[in-house]
Design a protein around this ligand. Structure first.
Ligand SMILES: Nc1ncnc2c1ncn2[C@@H]1O[C@H](COP(=O)(O)OP(=O)(O)OP(=O)(O)O)[C@@H](O)[C@H]1O
Length: 586
């Protein structure tokens, strides 16, 4: 079971105790090593009421650990009490925020989580109502109010000219405290409030350390300052065994406040007891050498996968025609076939930086804003429409859940619907009766192949005839939009393809045989890639370069980087191959 571990991996799995960081290159087996260590520790565990907490940052990431625990190390899943395996958010919610949040929030009941990912927040009656921003504001580790959505989503200035907080921010803070008093909090609030709980109530911190004397954190480069403060509080209250595994070059969640420098600080602090993994078990030597030039590594990672390390395919950089991206994809697929790489969703990925890029790939107008037809106070209409669209696209569970919440909101007049609200309804009505009621309403929603206005009219008519007191409403000037225009996403479109199509973020942690990565001239909304390259910007301070790095480190054998024109091609060749003028084409 553990026989294939390298000597460094063995050190991580069997030997490390105390406080330790594993700083590792892509494909070096971070997740594999964490799963191996967890499996080994669980198999030796003999304490009844104390356990190991193994945490990661996304549901996909912790489920991958669970899968490996089961498939590679024969551990029964789900992981049972006394241990915990899940996201850092669920750990914080379960053991700190939900049981103790009321102590800081001043509410008289167990707090209710609202806003994404717990549900849509639709507070506020009019456009400029501060209550609308409850899920768009929170606090950082220094107690400063922060925006949790893109700056374009606020109708007012955040800062005054002199850099101080504007008067609007004061109103927003008052609004936050008022909702906290009523028991509402977003996930960012939950993390922030948890730091306050641990600081103000040392007994809580001590009891968590007692309950989980060992902590393992995968993807630790994605830790935010607030999350690190929680971890530091536990360390200050006696946590002795902690292992943080990560790759700072792959931190791509800055929008979620990830701060890779915090991980690097911990590595520096615990260096004596830390491990570096620089063997790449995924990619060919050619890919390791190519990607190294963008990394912060001291030397290229060593290709050790016997099946691919000698693969002679050279990574290439090509230009694309923005009006015909399919042409570049077709060339790439031909290249795969030529090199005996099967075309399927496990082996081949076409990746791009930002969500809007897929509109260009499939040639639709991405200018339509999804929010446009929706009216304040009637936001549940969007959930009815989107829920039914998902349902019609055979995403039954997601569609059902969205419609279930929409029904609750529409009938109660509330802007939120928590898991607790649904549980309350079920226990009041009884499960079968409740389920039938929801499905009966769902059946009244017409097929989503009409335009929005016709669909709404038909749905309202069906509701009326059947005595359902719900009225859907939208801004009628947008009534001609189709459901595809409103809700088609890259993910839904990509389901029909033979290969994976998605953003780099969706492919994080994954492995493919061949990858085509499209880059635009501009990195996100900000600078140009060519400027970063010209200025020799380090990946350590530039998330945009890290996103490229995550993309180009996914393939085993074949990598094609597609850029908009010759100027960019030369810039990227200089960076990644070290030549000023290269000639490469598919
Ligand atoms: N000791 C090992 N024995 C067998 N396979 C291994 C071992 N270590 C890693 N692997 C395999 O190597 C591949 C890369 O490992 P893994 O996905 O854990 O790397 P990673 O460091 O998390 O990658 P990344 O950071 O790029 O997402 C996987 O297919 C994994 O199963």
């Amino acid at each position: 079971m553990f026989s294939s571990l390298s000597s460094e991996q063995r050190e991580i799995v069997f030997e490390k105790i105390g406080r330790s960081v594993v700083r590792a290159c892509p494909g070096s087996g971070k997740t594999y090593s964490l799963a191996a260590r967890l499996a080994y520790r669980i198999s030796k565990w003999d304490r009844k009421c104390q356990g190991i907490a193994a945490i990661s940052f996304t549901n996909v990431a912790w489920k991958e650990i669970e899968k490996q625990l089961n498939e590679k190390f024969e551990i029964r899943i789900p992981v049972q009490y006394p241990h915990f395996l899940g996201t850092i958010d669920s750990f914080v919610n379960k053991f700190i925020f939900l049981p103790y949040g009321h102590l800081i929030m001043g509410c008289s009941r167990r707090p209710i989580l609202v806003g994404e990912p717990h549900g849509t927040w639709a507070g506020g009656k009019y456009e400029r109502d501060y209550n609308r921003y409850f899920d768009a504001v929170s606090f950082n580790a220094e107690d400063i109010a922060i925006r949790t959505k893109s700056p374009t989503q606020y109708h007012f200035k955040w800062f005054n000219k002199d850099g101080s907080e504007s008067g609007h921010v004061k109103h927003l803070k008052d609004m936050k405290y008022a909702f906290w008093k009523q028991g509402f909090a977003t996930q960012s609030d939950a993390n922030y409030i948890s730091t306050k709980i641990l600081e103000s109530y040392p007994a809580v911190a001590k009891s968590i350390v007692q309950r989980f004397p060992e902590l393992m954190i995968d993807e630790a480069q994605d830790t935010s300052d607030v999350q690190m403060k929680i971890i530091d509080c536990l360390l200050n209250h006696g946590l002795e065994h902690i292992l943080m595994i990560g790759d700072p070059d792959q931190a791509i969640y800055e929008w979620n406040d990830a701060k890779p420098e915090l991980f690097i600080e911990k590595y520096a602090l615990w260096k004596e007891n830390s491990v570096v993994l620089n063997e790449n078990r995924r990619s060919s030597r050619n890919i390791c050498n190519f990607t190294y030039r963008l990394s912060s590594l001291d030397s290229p990672s060593v290709a050790v996968n016997e099946n691919v390390k000698e693969c002679q395919l050279q990574p290439t950089i090509v230009t694309y025609n923005a009006d015909n991206l399919q042409h570049t994809i077709d060339d790439f697929l031909r290249l795969c076939i030529q090199h005996q790489i099967d075309i399927n969703r496990e082996k081949i990925a076409v990746l791009y930086r930002s969500k809007g890029f897929y509109n260009q790939i499939i040639g639709i107008d991405g200018a339509i804003k999804q929010e446009d037809p929706w009216l304040p106070g009637k936001m549940f209409t969007r959930e009815f429409a989107k829920g039914k669209y998902l349902y019609d696209r055979k995403h039954f569970k997601d569609g059902y859940k969205m419609i279930e919440r929409a029904i609750h909101k529409a009938l109660s007049g509330n802007n939120y619907c928590s898991e607790n609200d649904i549980a309350d309804r079920i226990s009041e009505e009884g499960f079968l009766k409740y389920r039938k009621r929801i499905l009966d309403i769902l059946q009244l929603l017409p097929k989503t192949n009409a335009d929005l206005m016709s669909w709404i009219n038909q749905a309202n008519q069906n509701f009326k005839i059947n005595g359902i007191k719900i009225k859907l409403e939208v801004d009628s000037s947008f009534g001609g939009l189709t459901f595809e225009q409103l809700f088609e996403t890259a993910e839904l479109y990509a389901e029909h393809l033979e290969y994976r199509l998605g953003t780099v973020h969706t492919a994080k942690g994954e492995t493919f045989d061949a990858v085509l990565l499209f880059l635009k001239k501009k990195a996100g909304q900000k600078s140009y890639y060519s400027t970063y390259i010209k200025n020799n910007t380090s990946i350590t301070i530039c998330e945009e370069l890290r996103i490229v790095y995550v993309g180009i480190t996914r393939p085993r054998k074949l990598l094609v980087l597609a850029v908009p024109d010759e100027t960019d091609k030369k810039a990227w060749e200089k960076k990644l191959i070290g030549i000023d003028q290269g000639e490469s084409s598919l």
